[in-house]
Design a protein around this ligand. Structure first.
Ligand code: GAR
Length: 222
């Protein structure tokens, strides 16, 4: 990615399909000057969802690109990424987007997603939202969490940028677990996007290297 001045927030397109809590969280971070991005457009795969209302209320350009209007995944993907190009998006942020899209070569390494488990566990086709947490509880793992990753042309497969573990507690329900994982998502996703915006994230095959924050105070040792 080319170097940007800190005064020019990185233009981003957000893809969503539903309630838009992830979008809401990103907007709160931008508002409090903790995330140097500008959401140039919100694209929803579904009409009438709350995510679109959040975009409208924030005065953000928003539109529906519905899979049903296209004959194939390829055609749908072309429409989605053409819409991202129209606003010169440097990064495409999937925020609860549940449709499969093929990534065109000019967006290779420029599309990110957050998934509510520790990939490669409980991920892939059909694993989204509360289904993930139900599967975690059914399996009986003690640790789950969330993963921010680059998106490639396989479900939940691209190089992993950051992960945050969340313990599974005795007596957890899918709803309680989902709420704690979502709290972790609200920290992790903005942190990963901010690192990308600052050009600190480098993809080396499957490994993602993140430069330390410049001038960060050294960690204290006791
Ligand atoms: C989030 O928990 C996100 O991790 C998950 O959907 C939720 C979106 O909530 N994404 C996936 O499961 C992707 N496989 P939102 O629509 O309210 O932002």
């Amino acid at each position: 990615m080319t170097k940007r001045q800190p005064s020019q927030p990185m233009p981003v397109a957000v893809l969503l399909s539903g309630t838009g809590r992830t979008l809401d969280n990103l907007l709160a971070r931008i508002e409090s000057d903790r995330l140097p991005i500008r959401i140039a457009r919100v694209i929803s795969s579904h009409a009438g969802v709350r995510g679109l209302q959040i975009a409208a209320d924030a005065g953000i350009d928003h539109r529906v690109v519905a899979p049903g209007d296209y004959r194939s995944v390829e055609q749908y993907s072309r429409a989605v990424f053409e819409s991202c190009r129209e606003v010169a998006a440097r990064l495409v942020v999937m925020a609860g987007f549940i449709r499969f899209v093929r990534i065109p070569s000019d967006f290779d390494g420029r599309v990110v997603n957050i998934h509510p488990s520790l990939i490669p566990a409980f991920c892939g086709k059909g694993y989204y939202g509360s289904r993930v947490h139900r599967a975690v509880l059914e399996y009986g793992v003690k640790l789950t969490g969330c993963t921010v990753h680059f998106v490639d042309n396989q479900y939940d497969h691209g190089p992993i940028i950051m992960q945050q573990a969340v313990p599974v507690l005795d007596g957890d329900t899918a709803e309680r677990l989902a709420a704690r994982v979502f709290e972790a998502e609200c920290q992790l996703y903005p942190a990963a996007i901010a690192a990308i915006a600052a050009n600190r994230v480098h993809i080396e095959d499957r490994w993602v290297r993140i430069d330390p924050v410049p001038n960060a105070a050294p960690e204290e040792t006791s």
